[in-house]
Structures are given as C-alpha cells and as structure tokens.
Design a protein around this ligand. Structure first.
Ligand code: 3EB
Length: 335
C-alpha cells in the first residue's frame, strides 16, 4: 500500500503579495510576517511587522506583504523589530548616522550588521537568506570615500567571519533625497532555521569578487538565494552589469533589457537546481523596480509594460542605484 505521506508538515510556506486593502486589515492576518509601505504617503503603524520604506512609488503603491501559513509571533528587542513563524524570521533595524563622524555610514553599517548577526544567531535563525539595505546619499563622496563603498566596508567588518559565506541575497539602494543631517541606515532581513543555497549568475562576476576599482571591500551578497523546500527564489538587486562593468550608461531602455537578460541567465541557473521554477517571470513573480531619475519613471514603467505585460506584479519606486551610471535596478521573488 502507500508509504507514509511525503508531505513535510513542518515545511515553511512563504507568500509575497502586493495588497491594496487598509493596513489594519493586512496586519489583522495573524500569518503576516512582514508588511512594507512605500513613500511618505504610506501610513505609520506601531506593529513590529510593519515597516515604512521612504522610497516614493510611481503612482499609488500597494503594501508588500510576506505571509506564512501559520501563526506568527512578533515583538521588539532593543532596536530590532522581529517576527517569526517557527521556521522563518523577519527582522528590521535602523541605525542613526552620527553627525560628527566622517565615516558615519561605515560606522552605522558595521553596527547594523553586528546587531543583525548577534540577533539571528541568538534567536535560532542563524541562516541569513535575504537582506535589504536603504541608505541616504548612496553615491555621494568620491573614490573610496563614496558612501556606498564605505557602507560595503562597514558591512564587511560587521559580518566578521560570516563574510566567508554563504552570503545572503541582497539589495542596497539609496533614498533619492540627498544625504542630510539625521541620515539613518535601514536594514531588514529574512533568516531561517535551515540554510538556503546561494546562487551566482554566469553573466556576472560574483559581486564578492569585484576588482579593487569598485572599492576596498567587494559587496557581500549572492545574486540569488534558493531557500529550502518550496519557498520562492529570492532575487538580489540586479542591474545592467555584465562581468563587473556597467553597460549602457546613456540608455535606460538598454539597461532594462540587459537587466532582464541577467535575470534570464539567473533563472536558468536556479532551474538547474529546481526545474519546477518557470523560466520567465509570470503571475507568481513579484518584482520591485528602482529608478534613479524621476523623469524616467514613466519610461521604465512603459518599457516594462511592453516587455512583461500585465501579468507580472511589480512596484516601481524612485530610488538611487549604487553606481552613478546605473539608471535602473530590479529585485524580487520568483516561483
Ligand atoms: C550590483 O550588481 C548592483 O551591496 O548589497 C545589487 C544588490 C547591488 C545588492 C549590495 C548591491 C548590493 O553590483 C548593486
């Protein structure tokens, strides 16, 4: 007769949806691990599962909601807001930049990653799957003093021996307003009790191997993370970079096409591990699109309408990418 059921009843479930109902209703669902609102018009709410990300959306943005299939616990521990469902943890942390520190962003990122690692380890979710980093004035400063490069250095120190990997998938994006007194680094993450599989993209040099010209500390992230079980593929911020070079500095449309070609290649890599993943983005993908110039928001939205059609849910945000010549970056999840 039939063997014992192969269904792993404890297997985590994770759904990402873009929802337009009121925030109170979204957070009323006890299975919600995390919810994000975009732009200054997004509500403020004390629930530790909710985070406002101050990137202005193109048009009205929905909430981005990450849901489990079981009851979620949540709370705060010092500066860290957390939630977990027994298998997965979301955490969020903000670190103020000290006004009198010439390397305020480096100091803040080191502190953020030190706290992040201590918390994930102590709480029993030591496997970092995905991290999002938001900073002000990301390309301000020159040479090795550029703020993104200082961020990478601080992140490297904060990671300590964890920098040896496995590294999480990640996004590092700038808030579009210029850096000012009162800047703060916002970091949030998804961690798990069991590890995922980091993936690299054969069209791109691994970011952690970027040559010295991009800064003293190569960026510490993997191109994607394939979590265990049936969880969606977690896609890092992806731009018009082939090898380690930025391409098409003068054309946002060409940058979009190069970025989508990078995703084709990344999805092919993921499908070698999990053949059930679709080869192209579709109705179960969720994309976030970051556009540097306000004037190009509409162009990018229209180009994606033409390339992806209406069936691939996406949110277009005004944000600064971490290389000055990059006009657009896309991240998301895929299943
Ligand atoms: C790139 O491919 C674009 O420093 O965490 C993308 C995703 C980028 C994450 C990070 C940076 C980061 O190099 C930039």
């Amino acid at each position: 007769m039939s063997a014992a059921p192969l269904v792993e009843t404890n297997a985590p479930v994770l759904r990402v949806d873009y929802l337009t109902q009121p925030l109170a209703e979204v957070l009323g669902d006890a299975r919600v691990l995390a919810a994000f609102g975009f732009g200054d018009a997004a509500p403020v709410h004390a629930d530790p599962r909710y985070l406002r990300v101050q990137l202005p959306p193109h048009g009205a943005a929905p909430f981005e909601v990450w849901r489990s299939d079981r009851a979620v616990e949540h709370g705060r521990d010092g500066a860290i807001a957390w939630s977990h469902d027994g298998a997965l943890q979301f955490g969020a942390l903000e670190v103020e930049e000290a006004g009198d520190d010439p390397d305020a962003i480096g100091t803040a990122s080191q502190e953020a990653y030190r706290q992040l690692l201590a918390f994930t380890a102590a709480s029993g979710y030591p496997h970092l799957l995905r991290v999002w980093n938001y900073l002000d004035g990301i390309t301000e400063g020159d040479g090795d003093d550029e703020r993104y490069k200082r961020f990478c250095l601080g992140r490297g120190y904060g990671l300590g021996t964890a920098i040896e990997g496995p590294l999480p998938a990640a996004t590092a994006i700038g808030r579009p307003r210029p850096g000012a007194a009162g800047s703060r680094l916002q970091v949030y993450w998804l961690a798990a009790r069991v590890p995922g599989t980091p993936l690299e993209n054969p069209r791109q040099l691994s970011a952690y191997c970027y040559p010295r010209e991009y800064g003293p500390q190569p960026p510490s992230f993997a191109r994607a993370m394939l979590p265990p079980g049936d969880l969606p593929l977690l896609l890092s911020g992806t731009a018009s970079i082939v090898g380690h070079r930025s391409l098409h500095a003068d054309c946002v449309i060409a940058q979009i096409d190069e970025t989508l070609a990078n995703f084709d290649s990344l999805l092919a890599t993921a499908r070698a591990r999990r053949p059930s993943l679709p080869a192209r983005f579709g109705p179960d993908s969720r994309l976030k699109v970051y556009v540097r110039d306000r004037d190009e928001l509409e162009t990018v939205a229209a180009a994606l309408d033409a390339r992806l059609g209406p069936d691939v849910p996406r949110i277009v945000l005004h944000a600064a990418v971490c290389r000055r010549e990059l006009r657009v970056e896309i991240d998301g999840v895929h299943r």
